[in-house]
Design a protein. Sequence first.
Length: 295
Amino acid sequence: MTERAVVFRVGEDELLGILHPGVEDARRGVLIAVGGPQYRVGSHRQFLLLARHLAAQGIPVFRFDFRGMGDSSGAQRDYEEVHDDLQAAMETFSAEMSGMHEVVIWGLCGAASAALFYAWRDARVAGLVLANPWVRTDEGLARAYLKTYYLQRLISRDFWAGAFKGRFNPWVSLRSLGRMVGAASSSRSGPSAGDPGASSTNLGDAPLPDRMAEGWQRFQGPILVILSGDDLTAAEFRDVATNAPAWSGLLQEPRVTLQELPAANHTFSRREWRDQVANWTHDWVRDLPAAGTES
């Protein structure tokens, strides 16, 4: 079956999606949610190629433009304001594939965060693929910079060789390092998703990582996490998942599969990285137990 465009609505706005039907009797499909300020094709044609890879092996795929992006009308929204878009895309995908009963949401960056906020509210969501999830806070960004840039720079022989030869002033870097340490040491108040008193009604002012942990805990299905090694966003997520109280033990749950590409950048721009992500996605989606069965 040939891929085709599908127009659907959210209120007064028209959204454009592309359906890759896969096999006609497929019971499980993949909804690709686009992260960041980009449209349904993705950086380096990432989402187009992923969709075609999965569909060629029988898995239906639907990828679409959020309101205000690509060929969809309306005002642009960030990842915390796209619940209605995801719901409408799920309804459209399900209507187009009448035999499909389960959907995996695949999201990169902010779309991974949006998927966590949405998934537990929709019983059709059978799993989540979260690529380099967005957990940005000022403190988290500072810690990631410290670990991925400043500390490596300070132990670099080239850095000190250049300083001794007068190519640059090392005190500028050291002062910048001091500011980063201060930012990384700061903390924000707010309820932790792991606190008994925390609920969906009072988490609106909590830090983003805590609200994402809440979504993770509320969604009970399997999760595939894919992280790049050369990506600041992925480094922030690793730090949060390892050190934040709200995330204690979540990444180690039996339902979670973690895959890492040490040399890859944020959008998996090289063919070998893109192909590896596509293969991991296909194998994981294929091997998911049917809803209602033991894993």
